[in-house]
Design a protein around this ligand. Structure first.
Ligand code: BGC
Length: 694
């Protein structure tokens, strides 16, 4: 059978230089000029079109008017849902349910594909340790190993095989690389990360997606080792294409090749195009520098044509793999069957339920359904915030807010906003306090709205904006149980809120079914099972704060004269209405030979009357190595369901490569020696043991 690559090779031989360059060009707008370019074979891709009629129209131009009839590839950002909005990626990651994350990705992409979008600029796999960075909302948190597993699940979902036997879309791993290390958490900022740190912390999720068969990559806006990522032969050509053997293609981020001029590594659009090409970026998103300059560059430097051949070959291969040559058009009626269909909407609810993290509960939850409730706060009736940072094609009118869900559940409640989400002047605190006076409990929605997270939305403060704290303080005087729902796209500094609340749930930006999932959780119809994938600091000055830090030479010295360094809530943390007790950690062979896996088991008891799910987490520490290693690293986990009073023995088999690391000479090794091991409910608690590799 002829492979997609062989088909692409054959086609490439028939192509003119203009047509090959055309494949490397992606534009956003579709006007008359672009229609002409399609007919001339000078555009290979468009982005952000959300209109199946238009997609089919331009595909007809490509398939009927262009010389070689090469279909267009239409890309878009389906980050957490298309019309049916799913929880933001950070929230989904808190579910630790990889199967569900994969399903969510598949449903989201199926909706988008029904409008002709066959390429998704996701998953975003950037490790983020600084919650000031707004795009922390789009990733899977701070752990490279877990981040890699979530990234793989998303790739499987986005690239799952559709009814026609082809992947529903090509996924795009982004932003390559270390974009999340932006200094000061300021979006688009420079990073300062060594090659060792790159390989240890930032690259693993990218590598994981190559192993999973991701079809495309996106190069990032930032510089890496002082060379901009969208013109960086070391990261793209050497690491990604040679070392990882990535066979797909690399698209730049939005105009990031042209931005090489602002980075001061190119002095003109022409030299930016040259640097992008030499760097290994195969497709130029939107800036037009490849379109305008590659041909004249080849005229002067003919050897460049081989780089263009390679780029076009990679792009054409993906188009064949997607079956676009056979099926370039999308049935315009499909979207009516697919978008907002019952199963997908149910999926948004399932995903939202498992994304919620219970952070505190002084026995006030679950609620008695007969309670008289005061529903207060700027997010209780806000249909926009749960939509999160990438709304795609969503319509906020579809959002089930908490207020709406309370009505649907026939709860006995009254509602007052109390204050505006951001503006300190807009407040109605007294009205809220008077309303709450005769109620049994206060359900208080606090946090940040969706405009405060996502791209270009970094924050210099991580506390509650506007008059929210004032509202909390006024309600506290009533001396009634306060149950706080924290809406956010990131960890926030909320010590006073935690202290003043009797219960607190991180409800992130949970998408379409947000209110239903939250209400079910408050009532105990959903037992919370999410665990944090990113550390909550106590105060801004502690940032960046993450669990897998190094020990240093002076671990017991105080790090600040005026504050401690412990987190408010650590990585892996999350409570349940059940109570889980860990015992009998057994390591099968405490000494294992080279290449042998580590086998262990632990017993987990649900010591309560309610069924629940627990994320059993395994961490290790290399006790002596050639380079400094983290104090703890996640190496395995399992999410288990336990009936009331049920006890289960959970077994793990961990491959030895999981305990390996990069030496100072960048060699990945697994070394002999002693290792500490913990199994428990989060990164700070657990039963300890140890093992040796000999
Ligand atoms: C973002 C990318 C996104 C692209 C296309 C850029 O500004 O950084 O994440 O995929 O726009 O919408």
């Amino acid at each position: 059978m002829t492979t997609s690559r062989q088909k692409a090779q054959k086609l490439l031989q028939k192509m003119t230089l203009d047509e090959k360059i055309g494949q490397m060009v992606q534009f956003g707008r579709i006007k008359d000029k672009e229609r002409d370019f399609i007919a001339q074979g000078k555009i290979g891709s468009f982005l952000n079109s959300r209109n199946v009629g238009l997609v089919n129209e331009v595909q007809h131009i490509a398939m009927e008017k262009s010389r070689l009839k090469i279909p267009l590839l239409i890309g878009s950002d389906i980050i957490h849902g298309y019309v049916s909005t799913f929880p933001i990626p950070l929230a989904e990651a808190c579910s630790w349910n990889l199967k569900l994350i994969e399903e969510s990705a598949k449903h989201a992409m199926t909706e988008a594909a029904s409008e002709g979008v066959r390429w998704n600029f996701a998953p975003m796999v950037d490790i983020a340790r600084d919650p000031r960075w707004g795009r922390i909302a789009e990733g899977a948190g701070e752990d490279p190993y877990y981040g890699g597993l979530v990234a793989r699940a998303r790739v499987r979902g986005f690239q799952s095989i559709g009814k026609d036997g082809y992947p529903i879309s090509a996924a795009c791993t982004k932003h390559y690389v270390a974009y999340g290390a932006a200094i000061g958490g300021r979006d688009y900022n420079s990073i300062d990360v060594s090659e060792h740190e790159l390989r240890t912390t930032y690259l693993p999720p990218f590598k994981a997606t190559v192993e999973e068969g991701v079809m495309t990559f996106m190069s990032s806006f930032n510089d890496v080792l002082s060379v901009p990522a969208s013109g960086n032969p070391f990261t793209i050509r050497k690491i990604l294409k040679e070392e990882y053997k990535f066979k797909g293609f690399v698209v730049s981020d939005w105009e990031s090749i042209e931005e090489l001029i602002a980075h001061n590594v190119a002095d003109s659009r022409k030299s930016a195009a040259l640097t992008g090409l030499n760097g290994g970026v195969d497709m130029d998103m939107h800036s037009g520098v490849y379109h305008d300059h590659l041909k004249e560059l080849v005229k002067k430097q003919p050897h460049l044509e081989s780089l263009i051949d390679d780029a076009a070959l990679r792009i054409l291969t993906v188009k064949y793999e997607l079956g676009l040559f056979e099926n370039p058009y999308t049935d315009p009626k499909l979207k009516d069957k697919v978008i907002l269909n019952k199963k997908t909407v149910e999926m948004t609810l399932k995903m939202a339920r498992e994304s919620i993290v219970l952070l505190k509960n002084n026995n006030v939850l679950p609620l008695d359904k007969k309670s008289k409730l005061a529903l207060i706060g700027p997010f209780a009736d806000d249909p926009h915030t749960p939509i999160g940072c990438w709304g795609a094609a969503c319509n906020h009118e579809n959002t089930i807010t908490v207020k709406k869900a309370f009505e649907n559940a026939n709860l006995d409640f009254e509602y007052q906003a109390g204050c505006h989400a951001v503006d300190p002047k807009k407040k109605w605190i007294q009205e809220a306090v008077s309303m709450a006076k005769d109620k049994d409990q206060i359900i208080l929605t606090l946090g940040e709205n969706n405009d405060l997270s996502g791209e270009n939305n970094s924050r210099a403060f991580l506390d509650l904006p506007g008059a929210q704290l004032e509202l909390l303080r006024a309600l506290k005087v009533l001396n009634k149980p306060i149950i706080t729902l924290l809406f956010s796209g990131r960890p926030m500094t909320i010590v006073e809120t935690v202290d003043s609340s009797d219960a607190l749930l991180a409800v992130w930006h949970l998408g379409l079914s947000s209110g239903t999932a939250i209400t079910e959780t408050l009532l105990g119809l959903n037992n919370p099972s999410g665990k944090l994938v990113t550390t909550f600091p106590k105060t801004l000055g502690q940032v960046p704060l993450y669990y897998n830090h190094k020990n240093t030479g002076r671990p017991s010295f105080r790090r600040y004269v005026d504050f401690d360094v412990s987190p408010l809530f650590p990585f892996g943390y999350g409570l349940s209405y059940s109570k889980f007790v860990y015992s009998n950690l057994e390591i099968k062979h405490s000494v294992i030979g080279k290449k042998e896996p580590l086998e262990l088991s632990v017993e987990v008891l649900n010591d309560s009357d309610v069924e629940g799910k627990e994320v059993v987490q395994v961490y290790y520490k290399d006790l002596c190595a050639q380079v400094t290693r983290p104090v703890k690293e996640l190496c395995a986990f399992e999410k288990v369901s336990l009936k009331a009073h049920e006890k289960k023995k959970i077994s793990f088999t961990i491959e030895q490569t999981q305990f390996g690391y990069y030496t100072a000479a960048m060699k990945f090794i697994v070394e002999e020696g002693g290792f500490a091991l913990w199994v428990g409910p989060n990164s700070q608690e657990g039963i300890a043991s140890e093992f040796n590799i000999q």
